[in-house]
Design a binder for this molecule. Sequence first.
Ligand code: SF4
Length: 522
Amino acid sequence: VCCGLPCTALGSQEIARELADESARQGIEVDIVKTGCQGLCQKGPLMQVEPHGYFYQKVKPERAGEMISKTMGSGQPVREFLYRDSFLDEVKEQIQEVPFYSKQVKIALRNTGKVDPHDIHQYIAAGGFKAVKKMFSRMSPDDVLEEVKKANLRGRGGAGFPAGFKWAHTKRSGKGVPKLVIANGDEGDPGAFMDRSIMEGDPFSLLEGMLICAYSIDANFGFIYVRHEYPLAIKTLEKAIKQAEEMGLLGRNILGTGFDFSVFIKEGAGAFVCGEATSLVASLEGQRGFPRARPPRLSEVGGGAWGYPSNLNNIETYACVPPIIEKGADWFLGIGTPGSPGTKVFSLAGKVNNTGLVEVPMGITLREIVDEIGGGILNNRKFKAIQTGGPSGGCIPEQYLDLPVDFDSLWQVGSMMGSGGMVVMDESDCMVDIAKFFLAFCQSESCGKCPPCRVGTYQMLQIMERITSGEGQPGDIERLEKLIETVGEGSLCGLGRSAPNPVATTLRYFREEYEEHIHDKY
Ligand code: SF4
């Protein structure tokens, strides 16, 4: 039973309770496994029945008796809960037949939605810690580094910097100086829930990935920075750390190897800017989350937390590491594109029929994501644009729907991968309004340290408000263009530098909408 947050909100805990009661009442033995997010949030509460492989959606607790007697007792599905493909008007019984899942490839989410995140034994039974076992028995720290470098695992948190090179740089910094491993679970983008779903649904894969990193760079301490709006993730991680310590997989003398690695959780206060590396480190140290100028980089002495060289990756990046070590870099390179191997997790939101959590191989087109995984545009409306990369990403128009999704292609059209937010817009959306919404978010989250961002985003927002309220003036578009350049080039950190993106891309692809707003007045 999916007990991710959306399904829990729709009553999945009650369904699990009813199923347990009914199985006891009917004397049919059933294991009720409460999993993390199964992905198709729009159709929750979700449930999978093994060994029959039935996939149920919109499950109702009052039908628990029938699900136990009919499905578990006689192996027959409750047809009302099976997935109905509205386009083909066909019923699908098995999860792999459901279009939302059939194009997906799961690496980071390999266990999310399958195992009980509160039980380390289920993670181990699903192949968890195999990579760690292989690492300790057959690989030196440098072997591990080389494997991650060879896999060309690019950071899934935003810029796509190769993780292996970051690890190697941290390791090289300051001979004899202690190193730290930090996981960025801040995830402040509106509508994004990729990292939360991993922390809530498969916390051990994060811990295993961090342990592998720690071994390769010789770090003995790790920190997971999680925003306080994620209380379930924090609770789940706390439990996972305790269980891993009890099993000798974290703490002193791991598995008798003599290697020590302890992990601590730091709760952030919810500022978007704390997702930026240097402000995250400041916040981790207990200071105000202000970005710092670089160099020194985080990986260098003086640049990381408390001055120690620190390796920072996001949650999804660490979750991809164990399968790379277990199956090898060549396996990973066989998925995705040459420049962006592997997969990417997206939270698909907006005007599509199927919203939820998806993991797709790099190189898949935007059209496949929108039409096949997303099930097309809601209410048969026309597609207008897709926004990738969170609030400071860009809006991509229909002409690029066949663009392969990878780090470099998205940059080329003015957007970015970011951490994986993906919002679909239809023909009824005003792109000037959309750009204003995202700009207003970035403006309110600006920490105020540097004037180009503090003053520039405010001026941009004033112009956008003027335009959308019908008070736009001739010359406003040109003023916006000047500000885009100033804020983008003059800001200290990534938040400010990327804040103009939604306005820049909508001006590039939907300029006539700005002009209509302004000229309507004159
Ligand atoms: Fe703060 Fe914005 Fe400057 Fe970043 S760019 S330091 S968020 S004011």
